[in-house]
Design a binder for this molecule. Structure first.
Ligand code: HMG
Length: 382
């Protein structure tokens, strides 16, 4: 049975910061960000936005196109959790008007969570091919200001529908897996920003990539010459270049930039969207290349801490009729530019005390809003 991704939709925040402005404000050569990191912009959430509003905004067009029938599971992958107990999936379930006869659960393992959700969804559909599983990956990357990691922040969400007989991508069974306990990046429960050892995290990512590649090959995965395009988790898009370089060395194969370049188009503008990043890379690839039908894509998922997975997918014959390039470009183009000082105000305001009731007036042009905290509970409205 063919199982995989039937529809895929991207959303992001209402505001954007041009990294040239951040470079000017911090006295850094803008080429360090543009060329050195491969980043042009980063999405900045407004006070009325969070992972729930972005995730629901990504999922809504999928439900408008395919309806809600047969969706009995909503999996919400994130590492920007808004509560220690109640899942972001339950809030999104209400905003999206999903049936009550549905399970709604949150998954976490840094940027790897969405791939765990995808593989779980594949298992559910294999058990019951009539089911459709909605997966939402949504994250906000926040580091301390005035650090080397500051220009690698960002925000975004990707939603996808996992079904039998999918229109976009059939996920192949061979996977490569790797888990290693590394203190490269984490976010303690009392912190709104991540703790990171940047250089260690790059090494851990690359080591995870080669380890999953070897495991993938040992489990019957395709040869490097049989993989037409690559999509990687992209904390910054230069990381995909580093990964391709490492794979070329590891396999002794030449890998032309065309094998991964279009997958970086959206992430250059989103910044790091953590667990949504790999799937934003996939959306960019499908939206920008017209000759992918029947081609094999290799996908590398990395979540610090760390868990890695490499897997492949075959693009559907009619994928061009099912993609959403115009919607993704509009989500990026419609963001309102903010100054560095406004971005830093928003960054500071993200640290919220749940014991203080607050009402937040909607200000971004998104379909769903976080409207504040009442009696310690988060409030949302469409
Ligand atoms: P840095 O100190 O800015 O690094 O930190 P750098 O000084 O090495 O510069 C970066 C690149 O810019 C280098 O290129 C420089 O040569 C180049 P490279 O050698 O890497 O090819 N450069 C210039 N290029 C052109 N013109 C110039 C110029 N100046 C310098 N004038 C670092 C960079 C990424 C470490 C930092 O931003 C950071 O800590 N970011 C956060 C951590 C991160 O993104 N890690 C990535 C792997 S871990 C991961 O992906 C998981 C994650 O998403 C979390 C999760 O799983 O949940 C983070």
């Amino acid at each position: 049975m063919r199982i995989g991704i039937h529809d895929l939709s991207l959303a992001t925040s209402g505001y954007v910061l041009d990294l040239a402005d951040l470079a000017a404000a911090t006295g850094v050569d803008p080429d360090k960000y543009r060329i050195g990191l491969g980043q042009d912009e980063m999405s900045v959430p407004g006070p009325d936005e969070d992972i729930v509003t972005m995730g629901a905004a990504a999922a809504l067009p999928i439900l408008q196109r395919h309806g809600r029938d047969g969706i009995r599971t909503l999996l919400f992958a994130t590492e920007s959790g808004i509560d220690q107990s109640k899942s972001a999936a339950v809030f999104a379930h209400t905003l999206l008007g999903l049936p009550s006869t549905c399970r709604a659960v949150e998954l976490k393992q840094a940027c790897y969570g969405a791939t765990a959700a995808l593989q779980s969804a594949m298992g559910l559909v294999a058990r019951n091919p009539g089911e459709r599983v909605l997966v939402i990956a949504s994250d906000i990357a926040r580091y301390e200001v005035d650090t080397a990691a500051e220009p690698t922040q960002g925000a975004g969400a990707v939603a996808f529908l996992v079904t039998a007989d999918p229109a976009l991508l059939e996920i192949e069974p061979a996977v490569g897996l790797f888990t290693a306990d590394v203190d490269d990046f984490w976010r303690p429960n009392d912190s709104a920003t991540a703790v990171v050892d940047g250089k260690l995290s790059i090494d851990a990512y690359l080591d995870g990539f080669t380890a999953t590649w070897d495991d993938f090959r040992a489990h019957g995965g395709a040869d490097v010459t049989e993989i037409d395009r690559f999509c990687h988790h992209q904390p910054f898009t230069k990381m995909a270049v580093k990964a391709q370089r490492r794979l070329a060395e590891h396999t002794g194969t030449e890998l032309a930039p065309e094998r991964h370049a279009t997958s970086t188009v959206y992430n250059r503008r989103l910044g790091n969207s953590y667990t949504a990043s790999l799937y934003a890379a996939l959306a960019a690839l499908l939206d920008h290349e017209d000759d992918l039908a029947g081609k094999r894509i290799g996908l590398f998922s990395y979540g610090s801490g760390s868990v890695s997975e490499f897997f492949t997918a075959i693009v559907g014959d009619a994928y061009r009729d099912h993609r959403r390039g115009a919607q993704a470009r509009a989500a990026l183009d419609d963001r309102v530019p903010v100054s560095v000082s406004r971005y830093r105000e928003l960054h500071a305001a993200a640290r919220r005390d749940s014991a203080i009731d607050v009402e937040i007036v909607p200000e971004t042009r998104t379909p769903f809003h976080f409207t504040g905290i009442r009696h310690r509970a988060r409030q949302y409205r469409a």
